[in-house]
Design a protein around this ligand. Sequence first.
Ligand code: EPV
Ligand code: MG
Ligand code: ZN
Length: 344
Amino acid sequence: YHMRVSDGDVADVVLCDKYHDMTEFNCFTFIPRKVLHFEIPCYILKMFENLKILDEFRIKRDILTRFLLYVKKGYRDLPYHNWVHAFSVTHFAYLALKNFQLVELGYLSKLEALAYLIACLCHDIDHRGTTNSFQQQSNSVLASLYSSEGSVMERHHLSQTLATLNTDGCNFLECLNRVDYIKCLDLIKNLILATDLQVHYRIHARQQTMAMDGFNRKNPEHRYYLCSLLMTCADLSDQTKDWSETKNVARLIYAEFFTQGDLEKKMGKEPVVMMNREKASIPDHQLEFLSDCCVCIFRILARIFPIAECLVDAINQNIKAWEKSKPIFKHLTANYATSYEILT
Ligand SMILES: Cc1nc2ccc(C(=O)NCC(C)C)cc2n2c(-c3cc(OC(C)(C)C)ccc3Cl)nnc12
Ligand SMILES: [Mg+2]
Ligand SMILES: [Zn+2]
């Protein structure tokens, strides 16, 4: 296992000093999925450096690099829940830290910023392309481990994160003092668990109230709601890009959903419509998801950070595009098994 990341792999990343001009990269319109796959580790290191986080916590670049190369190997080769998703989620966290000046203006402590970036990188490690309910249905090992506490997949992602930190030469947090170290792991736990849709539904109303009342940095509940909101926004940030990106991401997500549906049929179970390639209407589901889930989360964000209004606008543009795509899907679906092929 230890031979999986060599010192040469680490050196390649530590020594790369390209990408001096980060102007484009620092904008909300930048599309992280367009970054060349082999360049992703270098960009991640650049983001940490650019945010002055390494100096703050005296984090060694080679140890952080070995950690992120193991994290990269921890992701499976799935259509959506893969290393590129981890990078795109982390890129949004970087944009939020930079553009909302989260640390400079006191919204997040430096430690919370560090935990936020690490949680984004690790939040879907070893995902299998199936949902929490599928873990129960299939009596998976993960369900037997975690179903009593809920958030089965998210608890597994957290466990994989801690295991990677404890791999030789990967614990870049060991230079933190004891209090910060324990606090950082606790923050990473809350952030990764916040990416469970059920957790989001449970705290969504209170996040809304927090935004209406005004964020109070002295209130520990507000700090938790803000961190969770920033996490779900990062996880959904693909939806704030342009229409071609939105269509591409939908194709990837439904490739996973339909594969799960196929698996469920083989198990003699009826999949939910959204995962059934014979019955799903991608535009309808996406309209529902964007209107009922996505845009609401980003509206709360925009209430706290007005410059995030552009992200709400981008989602609304994509909602309009899904509406316009419906007649085409309706017409074409008659000839296709599902509207999925049209997205390819
Ligand atoms: C474009 C897009 N469409 C989606 C359509 C449906 C669903 C879904 O899970 N429906 C529930 C059923 C399966 C039981 C999720 C979708 N989705 C997510 C996503 C968000 C998540 O949760 C947070 C981050 C807390 C919101 C967690 C996991 C995922 Cl894959 N990311 N992008 C998407
Ligand atoms: Mg997840
Ligand atoms: Zn995710």
